[in-house]
Design a protein around this ligand. Structure first.
Ligand code: ATP
Ligand code: MG
Ligand code: MG
Length: 557
């Protein structure tokens, strides 16, 4: 019932297929830098790349873009592989840009020999000043026309480790007056005396993103190199490098082509590794897997089914226009999926005790217990029913009783009869209070004829409430979440996203009372708490539940 939106990249792939542009092949790649955890924005890129490969019988590589040794780590490599598998795209063999360092070096030497690159010994500030700007001319480096042999010698010494960080750089010799700043003699290599998580200290020079990316695509045989719009201005450089390599050395496959699409942005949250890291470093959230974060780990812990995330991406489509999608839309996919698959359970978050004054005792004076048969999932008959113990004392939500009810309050109130889900009709006879006037206990009578929740005389009640037998209740803790950022567009008003943080984005409730079956919930499983929403069992802490989403769809289109 949700029609898929347009996907211009898909149209492009179809057109390329018809024209046999890449010999009919489709190959994509997802190229994360292993310097942080994946967020839902990456999820969009992943879905686009992997789904295209799947649909057109192609290949999608996971390639780590590991060219910045200081910020990268195998922890992130492992986490990214794990997150990809969770999202539905398991990867057998990850590829690494660092595997191509030797080939990239060889090509760089070839560029120098062909007067397409030179070693610049100016400092970084000078080089960026000389780059100029739009409408401002660039200034050629005094080293630009140095002899090839000098550059070759320096470049070899750069590799050998003769220089400190900030030392000479290798630059492509293109055009210091080019209207696209990316082509004003971009840097290809810089010195980094750092330990790389895979190559150790073998390398003292590291390729820039631009020098590594297109070449890695070409080495692997990528056809469609898809990235976000901010790389639009890099495309000319992507092509320039590959055109020169093709002329000088040939390419192993058809030359890949970069295509840009709009990045994902969502209301009430941020999808930038840098800003997410700041939230963690500032102690605003607990870590990369905090259920309030839009990281894949956070969403997983929160209880978002991976399928619903993929369905959301299919629905919003792919375009070249930047926009911000409503978080309520994503949530409506989550809710729809959870409605179909989750088991229903009863849980009382803020308990108030109810005592049935006419409940019988057993002949031996012990507590009389009955078992009520409740449906596990009305959406799926195969899920069957379960027996839920009921006795003369049970918990209800504090706000399901009101001693002095406002108009249109249909729940329990003195003199009112209500239905207990799957159990009995009960009528409120009285209530007890403490010295401050707080209600401490509600006293009711039950109608034994209404077992199962229906009255034989056809008597109607206006509300049905959930309950948990006090003698059988299991204690639980529940985390309720609000938006991490109260503003739709965090930072829109002041320029600083931190100004829009909601200080009360998490409410932790302890002493919640839940039905015994919930003690069997597997770590990470999501269940519906009747009337309250969907809740995910914490993967580590037993009987801690995170509210995934409420029951009511808030997406209005
Ligand atoms: P961030 O900007 O959050 O730090 P990044 O681009 O630096 O992300 P990478 O690991 O380089 O992180 O990203 C891998 C791929 O994911 C890139 O191709 C990038 O274009 C894509 N990507 C990153 N953020 C988004 C987003 N919000 N929407 C869609 N694709 C994204
Ligand atoms: Mg990046
Ligand atoms: Mg980025």
């Amino acid at each position: 019932d949700h029609p898929a939106a347009a996907n211009f990249v898909r149209e492009l792939v179809i057109a390329d297929g018809e024209q046999q542009t890449f010999g009919g092949r489709v190959q994509t790649r997802f190229p994360p830098e292993p310097n942080g955890y994946l967020h839902i924005g990456h999820g969009k890129a992943i879905t686009i790349d992997f789904e295209l490969a799947r649909e057109f019988d192609g290949v999608c590589n996971l390639r780590f873009d590991d060219t910045n040794p200081e910020s990268e780590d195998t922890t992130y490599v492992d986490a990214i592989i794990d997150d990809l598998a969770w999202l539905g795209y398991p990867v057998d063999k990850a590829l690494y840009a660092s595997d191509y360092f030797e080939q990239l070096y060889t090509w760089a030497v070839m560029f120098i020999e062909n007067d397409l690159a030179y070693v610049d010994e100016q400092d970084g500030d000078t080089i960026s000043e000389q780059r100029g700007g739009y409408g401002n001319p660039g200034i050629e480096s005094p080293f630009r026309n140095r002899p090839v042999a000098e550059s070759l010698d320096l470049f070899r010494r750069m590799r050998a480790g003769d220089f400190d960080d900030g030392g000479p750089v290798l630059r492509a010799k293109i055009d210091m007056q080019h209207e696209n700043m990316q082509l004003r003699d971009p840097i290809m290599y810089r010195i980094r005396n750092a330990e790389h998580h895979r190559t150790g200290d073998a390398w003292k020079i590291y390729p820039t993103y631009d020098w590594a990316h297109g070449q890695s695509d070409a080495i692997e045989g990528v056809t469609h190199s898809l990235c976000t719009l901010e790389f639009d201005s890099h495309r000319a450089l992507y092509d320039w490098y590959l055109d020169r390599i093709r002329e000088l050395d040939g390419l192993p496959y058809e030359q890949p082509r970069q295509t840009e699409f709009a990045r994902l942005e969502l209301t009430h949250t941020v999808t930038s590794k840098r800003k997410l890291k700041q939230l963690i470093d500032d102690g605003i959230v607990d870590g990369w897997d905090d259920p309030r974060l839009p990281t894949l780990r956070g969403l997983r812990k929160r209880g978002y089914p991976a399928e619903s995330i993929r369905e959301f991406f299919e629905f919003i489509g792919v375009s070249r226009t930047n926009s911000r999608n409503e978080i309520e839309l994503l949530e409506s996919f989550v809710r729809r999926r959870l409605n179909a698959i989750t088991q229903r359970r009863m849980a009382v978050l803020r308990p108030l005790k109810v005592v049935i004054t006419n409940w019988p005792s057993n002949d031996d004076g012990s507590m009389h217990v009955e078992h009520m048969e409740l449906v596990n999932n009305p959406e799926n008959a195969d899920d069957g029913t379960r027996q839920v113990p009921f006795s003369g004392e049970f918990w209800i939500e504090q706000d399901d009783f009101n001693a002095d009810p406002p108009p249109k309050y249909y729940r329990l109130t003195p003199g009112r009869e209500v239905r207990l889900r799957g159990a009995y009709f009960v009528t409120c006879e009285s209530f007890d209070t403490d010295a401050d006037g707080n209600v401490t206990q509600v006293n009711v009578t039950y109608d034994p004829e209404t077992k199962g929740g229906n009255s034989p005389d056809g008597r109607k009640v206006k509300s049905t409430m959930h309950w948990v037998s006090t003698a059988h209740a299991v204690d639980a803790s529940v985390a309720l979440y609000e938006r991490l950022f109260s503003a739709e567009v965090p930072g829109e008003a002041t320029g600083d996203v931190m100004d829009d943080l909601d200080a009360n984005s998490r409410e932790l409730l302890t002493g919640c009372k839940v039905e015994p079956a919930l003690a069997d919930t597997a770590p990470g499983d999501v269940v519906q708490f009747e009337r309250l929403g969907y809740f995910a069992h914490d993967p580590e802490q037993s009987m801690l539940f995170h509210r995934t989403v409420g029951l009511r769809d808030e997406w209005a289109n």
